[in-house]
Design a binder for this molecule. Sequence first.
Ligand SMILES: NC(=O)c1ccc[n+]([C@@H]2O[C@H](COP(=O)([O-])OP(=O)(O)OC[C@H]3O[C@@H](n4cnc5c(N)ncnc54)[C@H](OP(=O)(O)O)[C@@H]3O)[C@@H](O)[C@H]2O)c1
Length: 354
Amino acid sequence: MSVECFVTGGSGFVGQHLLAHLTTAGHKTWVLMRSPENIERLREQVGQLGGNPALVHAVEGDISRDGLGLSDAGRQCVSTVSVVFHLAAQFSWGLTMERARAVNVQGALNVARLAANQRIRLLMVGGFMLQNLGHLASIGVDNDCPENTKWPAVYGRVGGYEGSKLEAHFAVIRYMQQVGADYTIVHPATVCGHSQSGHILKGQPLAELIRNLAQGRFKAIPGSARHWLPLVSVDYLVRMITCVAFDPTMANRQVLALYEDTPNLQGMLEQMARTLQVKAPRRHVSIALLRWFLMIPGLASRLAISAESLDFIQTQRFDMTDSKQLERKYQFSHPDMVRTLEMTVRYANGHLGN
Ligand SMILES: NC(=O)c1ccc[n+]([C@@H]2O[C@H](COP(=O)([O-])OP(=O)(O)OC[C@H]3O[C@@H](n4cnc5c(N)ncnc54)[C@H](OP(=O)(O)O)[C@@H]3O)[C@@H](O)[C@H]2O)c1
């Protein structure tokens, strides 16, 4: 059965693939856009990704504004949707706490209010570090009683992007529980390109990592042999998002979208280096030491690494029971990730001006 959907962040990497998936399934989709004049370009992109561009419609707005800055006509357009997909985020390193909070925390709450007022499901995209409870405790997040968390100190430790994603997560859950509204949260690992085409956008963390490796900037492997950067393909992620968004049993639940057999960082870099035909780094450097080096003025930009990105390289393994259950229920699985990573490296190298 086709329904109407509302998507924030539809022009972003995951959002474009989500639009392609939703419209292929026949769902008419309203996309919140700060620059609605770009709708034709977005439709073209959705068509190239295999979706139905005719079912994609723009609504002008900005998540950081009250009521998402929707006009009366915009509000009318989204009044008949069945699900709100919230993907929009200011996704970059070096954000100030004020800026990150205004978009990623207040913005998420503004989207949550719209879903709650219309009594429809909010599907929110979080991040896999929210399931790394040891990490949360180590940076001062009180997972049992999040209101006790001293957020400015957390932002000081992990930076604006991660701090605001964590704060938004707890703030939205609290709000939705207070008003008795439904949410479902999907936590992706670092997102890899599409398994068939390798399609990925410039600026994505994995695309940046590929560029650094191609340009010979990777002199050593951050962390130890136990460190890994979990990946998920964008097509698996979008499949997981759309399955759980419409599943009544997934109300008020969270799930990981993560390929647990992602190799350690060394193995991943070796595989990418083979595809790029460059040398892979062999020596390890401790993350604490690397962080220290990155404080030397100018070094972070010369190496094109931000200390904020290092948190995502970690040793935690995750409980994938719920994700596997959903894979069985909806009959999907991770694509061949060796090939997917190879396709992504080829796409990034060939299309993104590496
Ligand atoms: N990619 C990953 O590796 C990864 C991993 C874990 C979690 N996530 C999460 O997944 C979600 C999607 O990520 P992505 O990689 O697709 O992000 P992305 O490519 O950076 O796209 C971000 C989207 O957010 C929109 N946006 C930013 N600020 C906005 C505002 N004030 N009002 C309305 N829209 C705004 C952008 O619209 P414009 O076109 O107007 O700029 C764009 O569509 C994010 O929540 C991210 O935190 C991503």
